[in-house]
Design a protein around this ligand. Structure first.
Ligand code: ADP
Ligand code: ASP
Ligand code: MG
Length: 417
């Protein structure tokens, strides 16, 4: 059995959905297909949610635009207007409308998950119906009833033990050969919808593969495979044919957006290979991630994390930054779920480089100011080079101001502007 994952880029319009059908038709294996929200719909839902809290007129027009986007895709895919999908999507939009405008929620994160999860419901209902009309018979599975998670909204954790039985029942392959389901979302024991963290559909595919002992996971992307650099920022990026799980984790963790960092562990635990292949060029072999330590080579691999903040803390009385201080700092970071990408300390200072994606970073600085003298710089970048060489470093740091530099045997990091 194979698990496929199609991300937003692969299904951003009706052409993409037809292309998905063509790709799936090339395989005769038992299959689970995990699909993300169409295109940039998750961002659009985030925007509508924010506007709904301000109760502005703009919210209605954005909501209508979201609906029109989906209706246009359906119109292209289903010439027969009697197809039930028209009514199904209409009903889902009414549910979303009620949640957005008529229901009260205790927290923003809770409402976020109830709203933003609709992207995957719309897309999977449409893709499943389309495949069925094209004779690719498949069963739509509501993953909100399969993935049992805690209630850490926006970053819910899956209870693998409770999920296993449900997954085995739902994807039994007794009467069906192909299943289609949503990435990114789950449900709590109390019946609330949860999400697993932005870009989390790769992770959904990996968890299903782990629980159901799949042979392989193939994620279909708009690139030929995993390249040695993000093609948006580096010219001349080259495809890596085979890499190890360890290498892939390092790349994903330090910013290679092509795979979600959480994807590798469930696969590695069961030695299930991950293939990254192109939906534009499906004949291409892509990149295979497996226990390929011997293939990890010397080609420098560059990753970039943008919008970083570098914070340096100095005790006000020149005392050392000792263990108890450090544990206080890390406790605060973990309670506020702030990810630290790099740390550096000296006797009387402690520096950390964090994602500066939301208000949390500024709050953190304010909090630190209560106990320390604080200096910070934002709008920095964290550049990581695996298998670095002097030439590789020179090439990418030329003309840049370097704030921190760290090197270990295989990896170098630069916090730069
Ligand atoms: P999905 O549609 O599945 O969500 P993403 O857009 O998240 O896919 O991931 C694919 C994108 O990742 C590519 O378009 C590319 O710009 C970016 N990317 C970043 N780093 C790399 C890399 N090292 N190799 C390939 N693509 C990368
Ligand atoms: N649709 C979700 C997002 O955009 C999940 C995903 O695409 O992986 O974050
Ligand atoms: Mg993605």
């Amino acid at each position: 059995m194979l698990v496929f994952k199609f991300g937003g880029a692969s299904v951003r319009d009706s052409y993409g959905v037809k292309n998905l059908l063509n790709i799936v038709n090339r395989f005769s294996d038992d299959l689970i297909i995990v699909v993300s929200a169409f295109g940039k719909i998750t961002n659009a839902l985030e925007e509508v949610l924010k506007l709904s809290l301000k109760e502005t007129e703009e919210c209605n027009s954005k909501f209508e635009a979201l609906k029109t986007y989906h209706i246009n895709i359906i119109n292209d895919l289903f010439p027969d207007k009697r197809n039930l999908i028209y009514k199904e999507i209409e009903d889902e939009f009414s549910k979303l409308n009620t949640i957005l405008f008529n229901e009260k929620y205790d927290s923003y994160d809770l409402k976020y998950d109830q709203v933003v999860s609709f992207g995957e419901i719309f897309s999977t209902k449409i893709v499943s119906a389309f495949l069925n009309t094209a004779q690719l018979s498949n069963k739509w599975i509501d993953i909100r009833k399969v993935f049992v998670t805690d209630e850490t909204f926006r970053e819910a954790k899956i209870d693998m033990r409770l999920t296993l039985n449900k997954a085995e029942d739902s994807f039994s392959f007794k009467n069906d050969k192909v299943y289609l389901t949503q990435g990114f979302i789950g449900g709590s024991k109390n019946g609330l919808v949860t999400t697993l963290g932005r870009e989390g559909s790769d992770y959904t595919a990996a968890v299903l593969a782990n629980l159901l002992n799949a042979e392989k996971v193939i994620v279909w992307k708009d690139v030929d495979g995993i390249l040695n650099a993000d093609p948006r920022y580096f010219n001349e990026a080259e495809k890596l044919d085979k890499i190890s799980y360890q290498e892939a984790v390092e790349l994903a963790y330090f910013g290679a957006k092509v795979i979600h960092p959480k994807t590798l562990k469930p696969l590695h635990n069961k030695n299930i290979p991950l293939c990254v292949r192109s939906f534009i060029n499906p004949e291409g072999e892509g990149t295979e991630v497996d226990c390929f330590k011997q293939y990890d080579q010397d080609l420098p691999i560059y990753t970039l994390k943008k919008d970083q903040m570098l914070i340096s803390l100095f005790p006000k009385d020149l005392s050392f930054v000792m263990e108890d201080e450090l544990s206080k700092i890390f406790k605060y970071l973990s309670e506020h779920r702030i990810r630290v990408n790099l740390i550096q300390n000296s006797a009387i200072s402690f520096s950390l480089c964090i994602d500066n994606a939301n208000a949390k970073a500024k709050q953190l600085v304010e909090r630190f100011k209560e106990d320390y003298k604080v200096l910070y710089n934002d709008q920095l970048e964290l550049l990581t080079i695996r298998h670095y060489s002097d030439d590789a470093i020179k090439k990418v740091t030329k003309g840049r101001k370097i704030y921190i530099e760290q090197r270990s045997r295989h990896t170098s990091h630069f916090v730069i502007r």
